[in-house]
Design a protein around this ligand. Structure first.
Ligand code: ZN
Length: 502
């Protein structure tokens, strides 16, 4: 691909230009059947086994709209603070693609089901309101696989095969209004928006929102305007970005690429682009300059949708607690700062901390272990925190052992390490590794006598009133017990033996 772009360093690009974003997110709904027929929607079935005359568009077949999909779309619209249309229609979007058997897609055009909403996201302690232009319902296409080429793209492939299992799965598209004013936070705002949207979908239970399986995917629009200008630049649309990290990188990469072109006196071509995980850059897809004419018209085979306002209100009243509201509640209950909460959110730790608290741990302890030792280990092994082989109940048990004095923090870390290594639950690891604190007073006294004998100088100093010198003696006891003594108790006993009162 002759598209080796020159880039401008991010900081310089931001000094000279202001980015404007737009995000179009597709979410496959988790309905049992497809949008317009009764075929199942389960992922991973053998190719072309979930098909019927309707989703293969055989002559004479007629679509029937899936009520559950309409309900889910209305719930999404309500959760995103949208207005729900009292009357709207499906439309035909005409274009040819081999993975689309009808040669048109049933979508919505000028009459979407939901309009004019917003979603607030938090970045860097700032709340940014992302305005939603529309939420509409359409059907997914099938999936083409291009075989024989080096890139998996059609260019250079020997042949292509098509799987229609996905064709006709209900798809909701959520389109933002242009997002300006995010400045250097643009990549983070894009990521935070998609993250928040994913959580809203999860809380509604309308989709499994697995980006890696394509049940949630994002088109990222970026344009730049020179500082001081109020005229928006030409935008590019990077298609089907399929991870949160990639959303962030795609925005950053486009800012760096477009800035270099504009600074050099060039112009941005309105086109779709592909994101490449390996380089973090985008390359040119198809040009949109000969603006495609989809010849939209109202779908003649389907009735208009006119949701009963009473039904809409019933759905509104039954919405679950939304993720941002839940986070505010938990933040109050746990007594943590905005930044600590944001850190937990970014680390995907909130559910884990909540479950650990439910299992009996004090919030501060639950947070300390998940955001400290466990986050560190997750990071080291590049594993999502939730995928570590330890349960919130086990973490709660470790905090209980620390609270009871059976473990100190250092030993607790070894217990966590044992659990992660598959040595069993916390109690088993304590038993097997012999990690319980030495709280047998006789054993501790013997250790102290030995340490006092070995460190006569330090003992003398303490006796003479230099209490600070006791630290070295406590250190000696900890060392002799290989970290298993209770340091506080050891200090008390040492002072007592030396006849010193604090
Ligand atoms: Zn079907």
């Amino acid at each position: 691909m002759a598209d080796t772009a020159t880039l401008m360093p991010y900081d310089e690009a931001l000094e000279r230009f202001e980015p404007v974003l737009g995000l179009e997110t597709h979410v496959e709904l988790g309905t049992e059947s497809k949008m317009f027929c009764g075929c199942p929607t389960t992922f991973g079935a053998p190719p072309n086994t979930h098909v019927c005359p309707v989703c293969l568009a055989l002559p004479g077949s007629l679509p029937v709209a899936n009520e559950k999909a309409i309900e889910s779309t209305i719930r999404i619209g309500l959760a995103l603070n949208c207005t729900i249309a009292s009357w709207c229609r499906f439309a035909r979007k005409n274009y040819f693609y081999p993975d689309m058997p009808k040669n048109y897609q049933i979508s919505q055009y000028d009459e979407p089901l939901c309009t004019d909403g917003y979603l607030d996201v938090e970045v860097d302690g700032r709340t940014i309101r992302v305005e939603i232009e529309r939420v509409h319902l359409e059907e997914d296409t099938g999936k083409s696989t291009h075989v024989g080429g080096a890139t998996g793209r059609i260019h250079g492939a020997d042949y292509s095969i098509v799987d229609y299992n996905r064709a006709g799965i209900p798809l909701v598209e959520i389109v933002t209004k242009p997002i300006a004013g995010t400045d250097r936070l643009a990549p983070e705002v894009a990521r935070a928006y998609v993250t928040e949207l994913r959580e809203v979908m999860r809380s509604l239970g309308v989709s499994d929102v697995r980006m890696e399986q394509g049940s949630m995917r994002c088109d990222v629009n970026v344009s730049l305007m020179p500082r001081g200008s109020s005229e928006w630049g030409t935008r590019t649309e990077t298609k089907n970005v399929n991870s949160l990290r990639s959303v962030e990188r795609a925005v950053r990469g486009e800012i760096e690429r477009q800035a270099a072109i504009l600074a050099d006196g060039g112009r941005i071509i309105q086109e779709t682009r592909h994101f490449h995980e390996d380089t973090g850059q985008t390359t040119s897809g198809r040009s949109k300059e000969e603006a495609q004419d989809y010849r939209y018209f109202p779908e003649p085979d389907l009735l208009p949708i006119a949701p009963d306002p009473e039904w809409v209100e019933t759905l509104r009243a039954a919405l679950p607690e939304l993720p941002s509201v839940r986070r505010k509640r938990l933040q109050r209950e746990w007594g943590v700062s905005d930044l600590d909460m944001e850190a937990m959110h970014n680390a995907d730790a909130i559910d884990l901390v909540e479950a650990t608290v439910s299992a009996g741990a004090p919030p501060a302890d639950a947070r300390k272990w998940w955001m400290g030792e466990l986050a560190r280990r997750a990071n080291e092994s590049a594993t999502p925190l939730a995928d570590l082989p330890i349960t919130p109940e086990q973490v709660a048990r470790v905090t209980a052992l620390v609270a009871s004095g059976a473990l100190n923090d250092k030993l607790a870390r070894q217990v966590l390490e044992g659990v992660l290594a598959g040595e069993g639950g916390p109690d088993e690891v304590v038993e097997r590794r012999g990690l319980r604190i030495v709280n047998d007073e006789g054993e501790l006294a013997a250790l102290i006598d030995q340490v006092l004998a070995d460190n006569a100088d330090a003992a003398e100093k303490v006796r003479g009133g230099k209490i600070a010198a006791v630290g070295a003696l406590v250190g000696g006891v900890m060392k002799a017990s290989r970290g298993k003594a209770d340091a506080g108790r050891a200090r008390e006993l040492i002072l007592q033996k030396l006849g010193v009162e604090e």
